[in-house]
Design a protein around this ligand. Structure first.
Ligand SMILES: *Cc1c(COP(=O)(O)O)cnc(C)c1O
Length: 402
């Protein structure tokens, strides 16, 4: 089946079949893992990527590879995107997009809370290249509208954002960006295409770290950019091939396998997370629980409007955060005390406010600081609820928090 045949099919059918087809030579039903870096070509093949067409025969894996292409096609179908370019990691996708879109003298507006390495790259790397970076709380649409003026090239948001689980209204942000003549990028890693399809809401680009829910098993780094075919063909040619942050075909193959069960896994992550969020709200040691699926989330109405699945990420505050983190790292038996998220295995990590505000996040105004404190207080536990039995996870948290 080809890409254009999928529009009327269900999400789980797309996840299983999109981008895949039986091998025409062997009849193999599962995707081939093609590790070859080079491909035998005819003598008319051009040596420069400048002459490359999107559907030309394979030449070199940094340009295109059959296994990586299958991953790109499957995700493009799930995200309702015209095209996709995969990368070695989520960070390499994000940096490639920024490098492709911005040059010295350009202005970009970035959410003041994003994945930490994106925050750090836009605090240091891009200003050093002469790009004017402005950080704003993008959940505050008035603040966003006053910041995004004519002359801004790109608006970069993350929803729900890591680690606060604070949301940004994608449709409203797209209107603000487009009115000013800017493009909108959405890092949708926490939502996945199962919860939210930012391109349908007006975004120009979507980023995912494939390392998280999409791969889903904690064993392969990857990233992807999705959007319009013309934008991504130019990005592949001008930036991604020259940057060289190519995903290994082996990782692409692992992520393809994980992606086939994404809709089923997201249902299970959400179901477990809701049970655990409700339990945490009853635990006397826990002072605040942030989960988009709970009515107590400050943006629950926006979450209901924008997310078809509340995902599996919970943030919570507890008394004496650092001490509790030490206790949890020692006592938890099932949940791993570790960074990353979106795996079948549950993971928890403590993020200390003072430490993060000194390293990753530069909050310029009292209002930005107040918003951070509303969600994170002095520090926040980021719990990625896995696919274990909810009762076992609750029992583990109960004994760990005692
Ligand atoms: C992990 C993550 C990234 C970076 O992805 P890598 O694959 O680790 O490079 C970007 N954005 C979000 C929201 C993430 O959680």
């Amino acid at each position: 089946m080809r890409k254009q045949d999928f529009s009327t099919l269900g999400e789980q059918t797309k996840a299983v079949h999109a981008g895949e087809f039986p091998d025409p030579v062997t009849g193999a039903s599962s995707p081939n893992l093609v590790m070859s870096t080079t491909f035998v070509v005819d003598a008319d093949t051009t040596f420069s990527v400048e002459g490359m067409g999107e559907n030309d025969p394979f030449v070199y894996t940094r340009w295109a590879n059959p296994t990586i292409r299958q991953l790109e096609e499957k995700l493009a179908v799930l995200e309702d995107a015209e095209a996709a370019v995969a990368f070695a990691s989520g960070m390499s996708a994000a940096v490639a997009l920024l490098l492709h879109t911005l040059k010295a003298g350009d202005r970009v507006v970035v959410s003041d809370v994003t994945y930490a390495a994106v925050a750090e790259a836009t605090n240091e790397l891009f200003p050093a290249l002469g790009v004017d970076v402005i950080k704003v709380d993008t959940s505050d649409l008035d603040a966003l509208a006053t910041t995004v003026k004519h002359g801004v090239k790109l608006v970069y948001i993350e929803t729900p954002c890591n680690p606060l689980l604070r949301l940004t209204d994608i449709g409203a942000a797209a209107k603000i960006a487009h009115t000013a003549g800017a493009q909108l990028v959405v890092d949708s890693t926490f939502a996945t295409p199962i919860a939210t399809k930012p391109l349908q809401l007006g975004a120009d680009f979507v980023i995912h770290s494939l390392t998280k829910y999409i791969g889903g098993h904690g064993d392969a780094l990857g990233g992807i950019l999705l959007g319009r075919a013309t934008d991504l063909a130019s990005l592949r040619k001008k930036t991604s091939i020259r940057l060289g942050g190519t995903i290994s075909p082996f990782n692409a193959w692992l992520i393809l396998r994980g992606l086939a069960t994404l809709p089923l896994r997201m249902k299970a992550h959400e179901e477990n997370a809701l049970k655990i969020a409700r339990y945490l709200e009853t635990n006397p040691k826990v002072t605040r629980v942030i989960y988009p699926g709970l009515p107590s989330h400050p943006q629950h109405n926006l979450a209901r409007r924008q997310m078809r699945n509340f995902s599996g990420m919970i943030a919570f505050q507890a008394e004496r955060g650092k001490e509790t983190a030490r206790r949890l790292a020692e006592k938890l038996r099932i949940i791993h005390y570790a960074v990353s998220l979106g795996h079948h295995r549950s993971l928890i990590f403590y993020l200390d406010t003072e430490e993060l505000l000194a390293t990753s996040f530069r909050l310029a105004t009292q209002k930005q600081l107040d918003s951070w404190k509303t969600f994170a207080g002095e520090g926040i536990f980021r719990l990625s609820v896995g696919l274990e039995d909810a009762d076992d996870l609750i029992a583990d948290l109960e004994q760990g928090l005692m």
